[in-house]
Design a protein around this ligand. Structure first.
Ligand SMILES: [Zn+2]
Length: 164
C-alpha cells in the first residue's frame, strides 16, 4: 500500500498526516491518521494534505510497518499557488496593486537558505518587486545599512527584515 505523508506547517508546528494514496486520490474513503491524535475522516485527511510537502511512504498492508520512505518531497504547486493568490489578492509590496494572479510566488526565507515552499513562507510579489528583492542579495554591507536606515522611516525594506 502506498501512503502519502504530509508535513504541514502551522506557524512553527508540523503536522504529520498519513493517508493512503487511493484515499488521497478520492478512490476510497479510508480514514487517514494524524500523528499524536489518531484516525481522522478521509475528507479531513485530504484537506490537511492539500498543500503540505508530501513524501511517499510504503507500508506493509498487514502490519502497517514502514518498508520504504522516498527521499523526494513532492509539492502540489497548483493548490498552494491558488491559496497564496486568494489570500494576498495583490502584490504584497505596500502600495503595489498588481493582482496576485499576475504575481510570482516569492519565498520569504529564500529557498537556497532552506526556506520551505509552504504557505507561511510564500507571498505574492509582482515581477518588478520580486526582482528588486532578489537583487538586494548582491548589495554591499554599506548599501544594506543605508537601506535599513531608509526602511526604518518608510517601514519597508529588503529580504532581511521585510515581514511580507
Ligand atoms: Zn509589486
Amino acid at each position: 500500500m502506498t501512503h502519502v505523508r504530509t508535513h504541514r506547517p502551522a506557524s512553527s508546528t508540523t503536522v504529520h498526516v498519513t493517508i493512503a494514496a487511493r484515499t488521497l486520490l478520492g478512490l476510497d474513503d479510508e480514514p487517514g491518521e494524524v500523528a499524536g491524535i489518531g484516525p481522522v475522516p478521509a475528507a479531513l485527511a485530504r484537506a490537511l494534505a492539500a498543500d503540505g510537502d508530501w513524501r511517499r511512504v510504503l507500508t506493509d498492508p498487514v502490519t502497517g510497518d514502514v518498508l520504504d520512505v522516498s527521499p523526494r518531497v513532492y509539492r502540489p504547486g497548483a493548490a498552494l499557488r491558488r491559496f497564496v493568490q486568494a489570500r494576498d489578492k495583490t502584490c504584497t509590496t505596500p502600495g503595489c496593486l498588481v493582482p496576485a494572479i499576475d504575481c510570482d510566488l516569492d519565498h520569504e526565507v529564500p529557498f537556497e537558505e532552506g526556506g520551505q515552499t509552504v504557505r507561511a513562507n510564500l507571498h505574492a510579489s509582482c515581477r518588478r518587486h520580486h526582482r528588486q528583492k532578489t537583487l538586494y542579495v548582491f548589495e554591499t554591507r554599506a548599501a544594506h545599512r543605508r537601506r535599513r536606515r531608509a526602511a526604518a522611516t518608510t517601514r519597508w525594506g529588503g529580504p532581511a527584515e521585510a515581514p511580507f
